[in-house]
Design a protein around this ligand. Sequence first.
Ligand code: G3P
Length: 216
Amino acid sequence: MKFFIDTGNLAQIKEANDLGILDGVTTNPSLMAKEGIKGEEAIAQHYKTICELVDGDVSAEVLSTDFETMVEEGKKLAAIHPNIVVKVPVIKDGIKAIKWFTDNGIRTNCTLVFSAGQGILAAKAGASYISPFLGRLDDSGWDGLELIAQLRHIFDVQDYKTEILAASIRSPLHIIKAAELGADICTCPLDSIVGLLKHPLTDIGLAKFLEDAKKM
Ligand code: G3P
């Protein structure tokens, strides 16, 4: 399973990248706004900086919801750097736009996926990635991991090439379970990635080793 970081924060991207395990970055308008990035030029520059920091795909989301404007926006985003993947919401015009991007050699990440049906349509349109939002499903009383399992089964049976990018990760356990269920990628906040390392027995064991090392 590939690891992406889900943030627009350059320090966090750098920290995850320095671990040597980072395969890409996902952003969304909320994450970009959180970093105070405003205006077309600043947004493009921020994406360029991220692409230069990380050797992997960087998802950049369109801000429009109609086919024509999404296509125009997506073309501009894709021109920023070869690693840009255009993130498109799973709505009617979004599916049309994903098909257009697919036919024109622009890679896409279909976002805001909350059902298997949405995932099937995005895959049929040729999305490179689909982003099922685990945490938001869990928050609303559904089972996000069940959706990952269902999508994995469908994509295998149908031989869809679209990659399943587990998103809206809330905990290290989400990452472990997504890996177990066969998600192709997990996009995670830095805390959840680093959280994978935590175990009290590791801390206790290391303290003892360091103490005994003094006797060597
Ligand atoms: O980037 C999409 C997704 O990961 C958002 O996560 O935590 O806002 O539900 P969250």
